[in-house]
Design a protein around this ligand. Structure first.
Ligand SMILES: Nc1nc2c(c(=O)[nH]1)N[C@H]1C(S)=C(S)[C@@H](COP(=O)(O)O)O[C@H]1N2
Ligand SMILES: [Mo]
Length: 415
């Protein structure tokens, strides 16, 4: 019996080590790319590179199937080698479980267009949760299994000892070895450093009714007078936003006051329009309740937006027959996007000034942002300050960088 084990374990040990190495490197890359992809600072630094990184993350994520399938083909033999080592068996099961969770939720996020927000929202939560649990687990695993922390006689593939005997470590060594102590210390270190952010993340993703107020760090705009909410806005007819906005920007967050803010509608129009803030807050506003979906998988539901209908603005300016495209400019000086003239006729597109009865904070694109409820949120230009009617096509900021020009959200309500 022992002889047989020795024989197969020689060949399989090498294979298992190779699988383990490949797996570890791929997960390290996925962790690295996965952590910087949603990170604000890196969004700015990477620019177009972000889309490449996203595709790489996706490709490596799918390729992770290869070492896993290969492992599964060896799993039977590996399992018999792990006889009497429940801790190692559990480790294998936990790692496989974590990878399955990452993989399945990742596929849904990749195919968000097919699945729609009802699937991609939970998939993102699961993907995040598995990262928060899986990554510390795997880092802990890799640190505690480096050579200097391993007890000399313990090896992954045991070939040198008969089965079913009391292991020397439990029989003849002190209960708490130096290595065991270091291992616990590292574990504790992880718990202390990552624990609080994990709890914070958990709270924000589970507390579905957290409203904008306590998610927004600050509103640094100084515009007077403040817009006065319509009756339907306060208390918000939609009952308040459900979900959390992730604050996205490709520049430092711009802030405005009465001296540097204005709003322009120009280009191929009969009557170019320009307002300063005092004039702009007096324009007739309407209220709507709509959902907000980002392509990366998160949504915020039941937002009560108050603002000026885009259709009305365009009517007021008088669009000329030669105009084909409505181009939107952000006051950040960088971000733009566009709609076809036909798309721009949708009744629910809003030049929004208030959210849930309050001025839109600077983080969320205030004082004025575009809201295009039926399309993914990259169309909803923040810090909107100019609308230009043009004859040619315009490819927006993220569309230049690989996002689909067709931004329709599947199953969104059509007005
Ligand atoms: N000016 C500007 N507008 C923008 C963006 C941006 O980076 N800059 N990001 C877009 C994307 S991809 C999304 S999902 C939403 C995010 O809105 P929020 O930051 O208010 O959550 O804004 C959109 N409008
Ligand atoms: Mo987005």
């Amino acid at each position: 019996m022992n002889h047989w084990l020795k024989k197969i374990s020689k060949g399989i040990g090498k294979k298992l080590a190779a699988v383990h190495r490949w797996n570890a490197w791929m997960i390290a890359f996925l962790a690295f790319s996965g952590l910087i992809l949603p990170w604000g600072t890196w969004r700015e630094i990477l620019g177009a590179g972000r889309v490449w990184l996203k595709w790489l993350h996706l490709g490596v994520g799918l390729a992770l199937l290869l070492p896993v399938l290969y492992y599964l083909s060896l799993a039977g033999k590996h399992w018999s080698l792990l006889k009497g080592r429940p801790a190692q068996k559990w480790n294998v099961l936990i790692v496989l479980f974590i990878m399955a969770g990452w993989f399945l939720s990742g596929v849904v996020l990749w195919q968000f267009r097919t699945f729609g927000p009802a699937w991609s929202n939970p998939a993102l939560t699961i993907h995040d949760a598995f990262t928060w649990i899986g990554l510390p687990y795997m880092i802990y695993h890799s640190i505690t299994r480096t050579r200097w922390l391993k007890e000399p006689h313990r090896r992954t593939v045991r070939t040198d000892r008969p089965l079913n005997t009391v292991t020397p470590s439990s029989a003849s060594q002190p209960l708490y070895t130096r290595r065991a102590f270091i291992r616990s210390a590292i574990g504790l270190g992880f718990a202390v450093t990552l624990g609080p952010s994990f709890v914070k993340w958990l709270a924000s993703s589970l507390s579905f009714d957290a409203n904008v107020e306590n998610l927004v760090q600050q509103d640094d705009n100084h515009l007077v007078p403040a817009p006065q909410p319509a009756a339907a806005s306060l208390p918000p007819v939609g009952g308040g936003s459900k979900g959390s906005f992730r604050i996205y920007t490709v520049t430092p967050i711009p802030t405005f006051d009465n001296s540097n803010w204005s709003f322009t509608v120009d280009g191929l129009v009969n009557k170019p329009l320009k307002w300063n803030w005092e004039e702009f807050v007096k324009l007739q506003r309407t209220v709507q309740v709509s959902d907000f979906h980002c392509v990366t998988g998160w949504s915020v539901y039941n937002n009560t937006w108050e603002g000026i209908s885009l259709k009305q603005l365009l009517e007021q300016a008088g669009v000329q027959a030669s105009a084909q495209t409505v181009k939107f400019y952000s006051g950040d000086g960088e971000y733009t996007d566009s709609l076809s003239l036909e798309q721009a006729q949708m009744n629910d597109i809003m030049v929004a000034v208030m959210l849930d009865g309050k001025p839109i904070p600077s983080d969320l694109g205030g004082p004025v942002r575009l809201v295009v409820p039926q399309m993914y949120a990259y169309k909803s230009v923040k810090w909107l300050n100019r609308i230009e009617l043009i004859a040619e096509d315009h490819v927006g900021y993220w569309e230049v960088r690989g996002y689909d020009k067709d931004a329709w959200v599947p199953d969104s309500k059509r007005s």
